[in-house]
Design a protein around this ligand. Structure first.
Ligand code: GLC
Length: 719
């Protein structure tokens, strides 16, 4: 007996040492057993949560710190740091290791006994980010593996049941406050651990789905979000991820968005809360719910995106989570260029660090951060609070700008220092009131000259910074770019007449125009308002100031078309004409699995009937179906029309047997349009749509010169 007792004690002590557990005799949950979850009750808000997800505009006051910040630190830190990217001799893994290496749940859970980041120093992390010029930190409260890096009451699969037994999120929240950084959470929707999360991984044959309840999982998420938003002070951003599986949808997304904002009204939420992200390109599909900002991943959009808030997230090497074998780090120069590139397109840069399980940042990451810090210390003004460049492209680097009611500051980020001592700015007409190097505390003036519509700035022979030297130009008023006027008329075809609208964003210019091959000269017609055309016409326009042309010429051809005759004339009075049975459109409903619209002629419909509009009410299943709607559209006014379908997956629209909109194929929510001129009266219409998996949407829009774009009204549809 005594002997057995001694043996047990020995085994216990051994465990304590091998796992690094404290020896105080505190009761720790058994980290080697299965991990219990608490079924949360739906957290009940005191008042009804308003639907903030329906607001179109992001209010400036809520987004202003984020737009000002431009640069943040992403931190992927979790249990996956323990294997450090290595499993069964392969060293290619990161934070996806549990799934990529197909590690069974119970085996993965064992990493908990080894997670003891004794070198974690929240103060040092926050200081490192601050010194690198970053203004916010987004850290993984929970990644796809389901492990919670914070003290949660909803599951024992969390940091408090590791030997570490400290809440690093608490410590980091405080350190961020100390260093003036916004503290933010990344929180994964996808969860490979929670028994209620669906679907399971394909290879996980042993994890039954029996009894799993996804709504209960959403309640679990909410209970955790409540903890994250009440126990850690003000949170800057909630950065969701892992939203792409079939079980998540826009409805959940809006619900979570509203829930999060009901707890912290000023919080900013990324678009991955919804279900409308365009893959790694990261922006939100037209018409889908996109939270507050888009999230391009490992890429930078090719151009600026006026009116859209976005943030590129990027790794420093090839992994988000710590991988001890990954040495392919970007250079500091590359990272500095990316920061300037992103700012020049009006976006934010969220640069990732994957700390080791000991709690330290990889040395190479530290070196890069140190390098950016040095650059930003001198040049930060050219990044923070700046707007997108007024130039489309600059061969030597990038441009950012800041505007005030009286003037504009241009920051020229010169990556490649000119050998002839001149930085050339094409297509701008301002005469700068001041020009100097940002690195020069004395702001010694630089000489500027003009060559046609280009500004030439004379710069010192050696670059103040090898990677990116910033030239500052102060201008009066806005940057006066040599942009030609824009034709604002939507359609270039018309039936009777068309009103051509021209505009220019530029200050102090007049627009003049001409027709045909006639050049737009200083004496050409002055544009004072819409110009009405009654025949096919080529129109040219150009900006002038003080009698001199200050832009190139823009040209558009407007084509008069003969409208297609109605197949049944417009009814006189209220009686339906012959051939029209009544309101609503006929449909044939099919079931099957397709990659593109099938040939309905060889298929037998599952059912047929009449519906008021293009809805899916008659369907029997949520996926793998198709509709072929056919009937008549009553066109009230002879005009040129633009029809659009927005669909997920494919759709096509025909009028009078002519294909007007081709939007076929397997795709997410995508809009395509086509033009057709139609005479007043009934025309044949056919809309075909198929849905394979994922979200299902079919919108049909109509627009004309006399009609702003709207859903094709049901009372235009007949059968
Ligand atoms: C991805 C990955 C993930 C990473 C994230 C960062 O979607 O699933 O591991 O956390 O993007 O943007």
């Amino acid at each position: 007996m005594k002997c057995r007792l001694l043996l047990c004690l020995g085994a216990f002590l051994c465990l304590c040492f091998s796992t690094g557990f404290p020896q105080s005799g505190v009761n720790l949950p058994d980290p080697t057993g299965s991990v219990p979850y608490i079924s949360p009750r739906e957290p009940q808000p005191a008042t009804r949560i308003p639907d903030l997800s329906a607001q179109k505009e992001n209010t400036a006051d809520r987004m202003s710190w984020w737009r000002e910040a431009r640069f943040g630190m992403f931190i992927h830190w979790g249990l996956y740091a323990v294997p450090a990217g290595e499993w069964n001799g392969k060293t290619e893994y990161g934070e996806w290791i549990r799934t990529s290496a197909q590690i069974p749940l119970e085996v993965y859970d064992q990493f908990r006994t080894k997670f003891n980041p004794v070198n974690f120093d929240a103060d040092q992390w926050a200081k490192t980010a601050r010194d690198a010029g970053m203004k916010y930190i987004v850290i993984t409260s929970k990644h796809h593996d389901g492990f919670c890096m914070f003290d949660t009451r909803q599951t024992e699969f969390n940091i408090m049941t590791t030997p570490f037994r400290r809440d690093p999120m608490k410590e980091l929240a405080e350190a961020c406050r100390k260093y003036g950084l916004k503290f933010c959470f990344y929180h994964s929707i996808m969860d490979w651990h929670h028994p209620d999360y669906l679907p399971r991984r394909d290879w996980e044959k042993d994890r039954s789905t029996e009894g799993a309840d996804f709504d209960r999982y959403v309640a679990y998420m909410k209970a955790q979000l409540k903890e994250l938003l009440t126990n850690y002070g003000d949170i800057g951003v909630l950065w969701f991820d892992g939203e792409w599986e079939q079980t998540w949808n826009e409805k959940y997304g809006r619900e979570i968005y509203n829930y999060v904002r009901s707890l912290q009204p000023a919080i900013i939420v990324n678009n991955r809360v919804g279900a409308g992200r365009l893959d790694m390109e990261g922006l939100t599909k037209a018409g889908a719910f996109g939270g507050d900002f888009g999230t391009p991943e490992q890429q930078i959009p090719p151009t600026g995106l006026p009116g859209v808030d976005w943030e590129t997230c990027m790794t420093m090497n090839d992994h988000w989570g710590y991988n001890k074998a990954d040495t392919s780090f970007k250079t500091t120069r590359e990272v500095i260029h990316m920061l300037a590139d992103i700012a020049s397109k009006g976006g934010n840069y969220l640069l990732n660090v994957g700390p080791a399980s000991s709690g330290v940042f990889p040395q190479r990451s530290m070196d890069i951060l140190d390098g950016i810090g040095k650059w930003i210390n001198v040049n930060g003004e050219s990044v923070y609070g700046t707007d997108a460049s007024p130039f489309k492209a600059l061969p030597w680097g990038r441009c950012t700008q800041k505007s005030s009611p009286t003037g504009t500051v241009l920051y020229l980020h010169v990556f490649n220092w000119p050998s002839d001592g001149r930085v050339i700015l094409p297509g701008i007409l301002n005469v700068p009131i001041e020009a100097y190097m940002l690195a020069d505390p004395g702001k010694k003036g630089l000489k500027t000259d003009r060559k046609d519509d280009a500004l030439l700035v004379s710069v010192p022979s050696t670059a103040p910074d090898q990677d990116n030297s910033v030239v500052v130009l102060r201008l009066l008023g806005k940057a006066d770019m040599t942009e030609p006027p824009e034709f604002k008329t939507e359609s270039d075809t018309f039936v009777d007449t068309v009103n051509v609208v021209l505009s220019s964003e530029r200050e102090n210019v007049e627009i003049r125009y001409s027709f045909g091959s006639e050049e737009v000269k200083a004496r050409a017609k002055w544009y004072a308002g819409p110009v009405t055309l009654g025949e096919t016409t080529t129109m040219n326009a150009r900006c002038f100031r003080g009698g001199k042309p200050v832009s190139g010429t823009s040209t558009m051809v407007f084509t008069k078309t003969e409208p297609l005759k109605a197949v049944i004339p417009h009814p006189e009075g209220n009686t339906a004409p012959e051939g029209i049975k009544g309101a609503g459109i006929s449909y044939d409903y099919y079931e099957g699995k397709w990659d593109s619209l099938p040939d309905f002629r060889v298929l037998k419909p599952v059912k047929s009937g009449v519906v008021p509009g293009f809805d899916f009410t008659p369907r029997n299943q949520e996926e793998l179906f198709a509709f072929d709607y056919h009937g008549f559209v009553l066109i009230p006014v002879s005009s040129a029309y633009i029809f659009t379908t927005g669909s997920d997956d494919g759709s096509c629209l025909w009028i009078d047997d002519r294909l007007v909109v081709m939007n076929d194929g397997l795709h997410g929510m995508t809009e395509k349009s086509g033009h057709i001129s139609l005479a007043r009266g009934f025309h044949k219409i056919r809309v075909a749509f198929f849905e394979r998996t994922g979200s299902d949407v079919l919108n049909v829009f109509v627009k004309s010169q006399w009609l702003p774009r709207k859903q094709l009204p049901n009372d235009w549809l007949f059968h």
